[in-house]
Write a protein that binds this ligand. Structure first.
Ligand SMILES: Cc1cc2nc3c(=O)[nH]c(=O)nc-3n(C[C@H](O)[C@H](O)[C@H](O)COP(=O)(O)OP(=O)(O)OC[C@H]3O[C@@H](n4cnc5c(N)ncnc54)[C@H](O)[C@@H]3O)c2cc1C
Length: 292
């Protein structure tokens, strides 16, 4: 059945090659589908052999543990990358880059989603995480999400009814997001470009973008920014092995070189414990921790 997949199938693929943190052991079976039909075949293979599977987008918000992932990893970055613009709406595949969508739209004088610039993501990963900033999240602009149920049938989700939540999307367990329709707003190109430039400048000034990271480690609790709470707990700059709580932004843990998932998780424990002792706030991870 694996032989029917037209995309790539690899065995024991190191996942550190596929996460922005550059951390992670191997995936037993690693599939880069060529199209939605390949995704369907990968799901059928996992079902037939009773194997667990995990969907990876760009790996920009995922910490894979050191022994890797048993079963199947389906990586969508680079496939399902089509984008079509009709009026003030884009239909976009889950494997397309979020920034490519923003830039293509900008070239056509279609904006509205400038607040998402600088978030490294596939569209699928951005939808699953409801990625965003304090100015808005992708869910604010979505008119439909398309996905495959684990049995390979096609599903459609209309947002509303609270499907998009803070850094998450409630969709059927095990479903693979295939794409979405995104609402855009007509705006002079020059204005969009100036807005994007300004926002990227701000990101560069406040986030440790030169070092390997997975973005924000913790969700913001209702009372304050997680970064500020971690900083007040005296965690900025703390280091375990190759992992370090960024001195620039305390909600980022960066890989200074050679960090393991164990280092990263130990630093998360340290921050969580210190914050709990000082504030009685239990931090909740934003990034996804997977594997063994
Ligand atoms: C430097 C830096 C800055 C960042 N800044 C921000 C920011 O400002 N705001 C913000 O929200 N995030 C930010 N992040 C985090 C990250 O960019 C987002 O969470 C992004 O949405 C992750 O997309 P991805 O494609 O890499 O998803 P992945 O990390 O690959 O996956 C994340 C989760 O989504 C699931 N998933 C991915 N694709 C699919 C699919 N097609 N179907 C079903 N499930 C899927 C995965 O299973 C996993 O659970 C930042 C990260 C970095 C490294």
């Amino acid at each position: 059945m694996l032989g029917e997949i037209r995309g790539e199938v690899r065995f024991k693929e190191p996942l550190c090659f596929h996460t922005s943190l550059r951390i992670g052991g191997p995936a037993d079976i690693f599939i880069i589908p060529q199209d939605a039909e390949d995704v369907r075949k990968a799901l059928a293979f996992a079902e037939k052999d009773k194997l667990p599977y995990f969907v990876l987008g760009g790996g920009y918000n995922t910490l894979v543990k050191d022994k890797g992932i048993r079963g199947v990893v389906i990586k969508l970055e680079g496939c399902l990358g089509r984008m079509e613009f009709h009026g003030e709406e884009a239909t976009v595949g889950a494997g397309a880059g979020l920034s490519a969508l923003i830039r293509e739209g900008a070239n056509l004088g279609l904006g509205g989603i400038e607040c998402l610039i600088g978030i490294p993501a596939t569209v699928g990963g951005a939808l699953a995480m409801n990625a965003g900033t304090h100015d808005g999240a992708i869910g604010d602009f979505v008119s439909a999400v398309y996905f495959l149920y684990p049995d390979g049938t096609l599903g459609e989700l209309k947002p509303g009814n609270g499907a998009f939540v803070y850094r998450g999307l409630q969709f059927p367990p095990g479903a693979v997001l295939l794409g979405a329709r995104i609402r855009l707003t007509r705006r002079p190109q020059r204005e969009i470009q100036a807005d994007l430039k300004q926002r990227l400048k701000m990101k560069k000034a406040t986030q440790p973008l030169a070092l390997a990271s997975a973005g924000c480690v913790w969700k913001n609790p209702s009372s304050d920014f997680a970064g500020r709470i971690v900083e007040r707990a005296g965690c900025k700059g703390k280091r375990i092995g190759g992992a370090e709580i960024s001195a620039k932004h305390a909600n980022f843990i960066v890989n200074r070189g050679g960090a393991t998932a164990a280092d990263f998780l130990a630093l998360m424990d340290l921050a969580r414990e210190r914050v709990w002792k000082q504030t009685q706030i239990m931090l909740e991870p934003e990034l996804k921790v997977v594997g063994e």
